[in-house]
Design a protein around this ligand. Structure first.
Ligand code: SF4
Ligand code: SF4
Length: 362
């Protein structure tokens, strides 16, 4: 489950998809209480729900307000039924934030696109580069012994230099690195201009880097591929199916919930309306999920997934990629291929195939 504690962000990345990132709208404790009640209904003693605080920049809330939002979840956290994570740009992290993160055992994901040249599109509201402040915040996490992952958006610049990107990210000491090839979504309506061939070469070089840095941090996309291959080869493909459809309820600051893709929050159009499945102040998330099939975009997305399964040779691994990419790129959730799946799912598989074929031939 994704919670958006505030719309505000202190940065202004060129590719950001959030429509209200310059406005300060904050989640109330009342909404957090309602979400905690839904979280209690969605979990039991044998299952744990990930609560991801994401978007705009959660730390612009200030520690007191953030703790007010965490308070309703404490009973569930102590019972091991939820786990908090936060996705941050790290620029506001100081020693006090580190204490809070440790106290609530919050997992941390930091967004950073690489060294100065590759990070040029991550700027503050005055257009000044943010990379030094991000690296400083990461240093504070390290000083406090807080484990963190890094997520980098790979654009037209980074796609041709995976080694320097990975060397830099690994030098910061994360336990995992995620690589997101730039997507067209939300208010970022520009295609990234990266070709399938470029993406395939990129993933092949990422695999080569992994071979020579086997002690380095985990690479999220390669871990996923490895898990898939392991389960397929050991005849446990049914286990892989759990990577299929995830409804990802996303709760906005006022309690509205969208399903299938966090990127749909705050978006509306004539065909689909506002994508809202309900509001947590008047309806539980469990009942929204029960009735989700009645929403036009969810029904169309299910059609898109069925078409993926019937038509696409990559489905067994992919399980059908994100709903939002279909909508933002193709205008309909019932479609299948997108730039996102070509560059991130398909190119990853074909990179592995061509490099393995070459190794066998040698
Ligand atoms: S840090 Fe994240 S939320 Fe803020 S502008 Fe950049 S991409 Fe958007
Ligand atoms: S690669 Fe694209 S078309 Fe194929 S299953 Fe995934 S999302 Fe569907």
């Amino acid at each position: 489950m994704v919670l958006q504690p505030t719309t505000l962000c202190n940065l202004d990345c060129v590719y950001c998809y959030l429509p209200f990132r310059r406005l300060r709208r904050e989640m109330s404790p009342e909404v957090a209480h309602a979400v905690a009640a839904s979280a209690a209904a969605l979990t039991d003693s044998s299952s744990q729900l990930d609560i991801v605080w994401h978007g705009g920049e959660p730390f612009t809330l200030g520690r007191r307000k953030f703790e007010e939002l965490l308070a309703p979840f404490e009973k569930l956290r102590h019972a091991g039924r939820i786990q908090h994570s936060v996705q941050t740009n790290a620029t506001l992290i100081d020693n006090e934030w580190c204490d809070l993160l440790s106290r609530y055992q919050i997992r941390v994901g930091v967004s950073i696109d690489g060294p100065t040249a590759l990070n040029a599109r991550r700027v503050d509201l005055r257009g000044r580069p943010a990379v030094d402040r991000v690296v400083r915040g990461i240093g504070r996490l390290r000083d406090h012994g807080i484990r963190f992952s890094l997520i980098a958006v790979v654009g037209a610049e980074g796609i041709g230099q995976p080694e320097s990107l990975l060397d830099f990210l690994a030098s910061l000491g994360p336990h995992t690195i995620g690589l997101n090839v730039e997507e067209m979504e939300g208010v970022n309506n520009q295609r990234c201009g990266i070709t399938r061939d470029q993406a395939e070469r990129f993933w092949k070089r990422v695999m080569d880097w992994r071979r020579t840095h086997s002690e380095g941090p985990a690479l999220r996309e390669l871990e996923r591929l490895t898990d898939y291959l392991h389960l397929s080869r050991s005849g446990q493909s049914d286990q892989w199916c759990r990577y299929g459809l995830d409804p990802i309820p996303t709760v906005s600051v006022d309690g509205d919930v969208v399903l299938a893709s966090p990127e749909l929050a705050g978006i509306s159009d004539d065909a689909y309306g506002d994508f809202v499945a309900g509001n947590v102040r008047s309806q539980s998330i469990v009942s929204m999920l029960d009735q989700a099939h009645r929403l036009r975009y969810v029904a169309e997305f299910m059609t898109g997934l069925s078409r993926c399964q019937a038509e696409c040779e990559f489905f067994d691994f992919c399980r059908g990629a994100q709903a939002c990419n279909r909508y933002f790129e193709n205008g309909s959730f019932a479609t299948t291929e997108t730039d996102y799946c070509r560059l991130t799912r398909q190119a990853l598989i074909t990179a592995l195939y061509t490099s393995t074929k070459k190794e066998i031939a040698a």
